[in-house]
Design a protein around this ligand. Structure first.
Ligand code: SF4
Ligand code: SF4
Length: 193
C-alpha cells in the first residue's frame, strides 16, 4: 500500500499532503488552543485555527472537506501570531496557505470568500508579472474580478497626492526567475493532483 502511494506521489490524506508541501505536521498539535486565543481573526472564522488542525487530524473525507470549504482559511492574515504562541511551533499560516490553494484546485472555495479570492488572484498575478507589488495594476485587476468598481474610489486622489500610488510599475530585474518560480510551483501542484 505504501509502495502504491509512493509510486503515484499521492499522499493518503490531506494532512499528509500539507506535511509534504509545507513541512508542517497537524499531528504535532495537541489542541491547547493558544493559537486560536491569540488569532486576531478567530472570532470571525467559522472554524478557529486549532479547529482547522483538528479537522485535518480527524482525516475523514468529510472533515477534510469541511476544512477546505471553510471561510477561516481565507480570513487568515498570515500574521504568524499563532506560530509565535504555539508550544509545538506549528506554522499555521503555512497550513492555511496550502489549504487555500488546495481549496481552489478542488473547486471548494467558500462562497463568502469570493472577494478575498479575487484579491488573492490579483495579488499573485501582480507579483508574477512585475515581481513586486504594483498598486494600480492590483487595484484595477481586483475591481475587474470583483466588480466593486466604485469601492474606495474617493481615496485615490489622496494616495496619488502622497505618492503612495504610481501609474507605472517598478519592474524587478529577476522577472524571469519569478516566472520560473510560479511555473515550477504550478507544475509541482499538478504532479500532486
Ligand atoms: S497567521 Fe492566520 S491563523 Fe495564525 S494568528 Fe494570524 S490570522 Fe490567525
Ligand atoms: S497553539 Fe499549537 S499546539 Fe496549541 S492548538 Fe494551536 S497549533 Fe495546536
Amino acid at each position: 500500500m505504501s509502495h502504491a502511494v509512493h509510486e503515484s506521489h499521492q499522499p493518503a490524506s490531506l494532512a499528509d499532503r500539507v506535511l509534504e508541501s509545507t513541512g508542517e505536521s497537524a499531528a504535532q498539535c495537541y489542541q491547547c488552543g493558544k493559537c486560536s486565543a491569540g488569532c486576531p481573526l478567530a472570532e470571525e472564522m467559522d472554524y478557529s485555527p486549532s479547529q482547522i488542525l483538528h479537522l485535518l487530524q480527524l482525516g475523514t473525507k468529510e472533515m477534510e472537506e469541511r476544512a477546505l470549504r471553510s471561510e477561516a482559511i481565507w480570513l487568515c492574515l498570515t500574521c504568524e501570531t499563532c506560530h509565535s504562541r504555539c508550544p509545538k511551533e506549528v506554522d499555521l499560516a503555512k497550513v492555511m496557505e496550502y489549504l487555500r490553494s488546495e481549496s481552489m484546485a478542488r473547486g471548494m472555495v467558500n462562497p463568502k470568500a469570493k472577494d478575498i479570492l479575487a484579491f488573492h488572484k490579483s495579488f499573485l498575478d501582480c507579483i508574477k508579472y512585475t515581481g513586486r507589488l504594483y498598486e494600480v495594476g492590483l487595484i484595477s485587476d481586483y475591481k475587474t474580478r470583483s466588480w466593486h468598481f466604485l469601492q474606495d474610489l474617493t481615496a485615490v486622489p489622496r494616495l496619488l497626492k502622497r505618492g503612495k500610488m504610481k501609474f507605472l510599475p517598478h519592474l524587478i530585474a529577476g522577472r524571469a526567475a519569478m516566472s520560473r518560480i510560479f511555473h515550477l510551483t504550478s507544475q509541482r501542484k499538478d504532479n500532486h493532483e
